[in-house]
Design a protein around this ligand. Structure first.
Ligand code: GRF
Length: 202
């Protein structure tokens, strides 16, 4: 049976993209394949990672495409590549309700904290880990969830906890959350969703 065609949308380093590609290579993701990587920044190292694997890339740089046009062209590209699952991996463009509704049940995101803590507007990148340290919680982690029109509010697919250490800085915590949680649960969640999508098609 055919695999689910996945597009990964990134803006930065693409370490989650890398974890997903590795999981496809070693069969941890067996019901889906990454066929397209979309970036909104020409500097995104994710582009290099995709090219190294021979995966098609589409660049809609924020400087060249105003938001509405960027979203329209991205939607066009996803349709053209017959994408079945949209994976947001550090994608810094806010997507409209129209976009999200079109891919309902077929769009996922990873957040570097245990939702519903430390999420919502303004909670991205290092801000999240700064807030975690400021509040003094002992456990943080990462969450993979479906994307809905509510920011970080969609149904949760996977979560993994990570202990906060006394000497952590936002940077050390960010790295450990990625290594111990994000790169593990994202491929796992994607396989889970691909399996659900394949079964729905039967
Ligand atoms: C990750 O921390 C992810 O949780 C967040 O953005 C970051 C992306 O990092 N949504 P990378 O580009 O995958 O390295």
């Amino acid at each position: 049976m055919k695999k689910v065609r996945i597009a990964v949308l990134c803006s930065g380093g693409g370490t989650n993209l890398q974890a997903i590609l590795d999981a496809c290579d070693c069969g941890k993701i067996k019901d889906g394949e990454v066929v397209l990587v979309v970036c909104d920044s020409a500097e995104a190292y994710a582009l290099e990672r995709a090219k190294k694997r021979g995966i098609e890339t589409a660049l809609f740089d924020k400087r060249d495409y105003p938001r509405a046009e960027r979203e329209r062209t991205i939607l066009g590209s996803l349709a053209e590549h017959e994408i079945g699952l949209v994976v947001l991996a550090g994608f810094m463009t806010i997507l409209s309700e129209n976009f999200v509704c079109r891919y309902e049940g077929r769009i996922v995101n990873i957040h570097p904290a245990l939702i519903p803590s430390f999420c919502g507007e303004g909670m991205y990148g290092l801000h999240v880990h700064e807030a975690v340290l400021k509040r003094g919680v002992k456990v943080t982690g990462a969450t993979v969830h479906y994307v809905t029109e509510i920011c970080d509010g969609g149904p949760i697919i996977e979560q993994k906890a990570v202990r906060v250490r006394r000497r952590d800085t936002p940077e050390t915590l960010q790295k450990r959350v990625m290594r111990e949680a994000e790169w593990i649960i994202y491929p796992k969640a994607i396989q889970k969703v691909c399996k659900i999508l394949k079964e729905k098609e039967l």
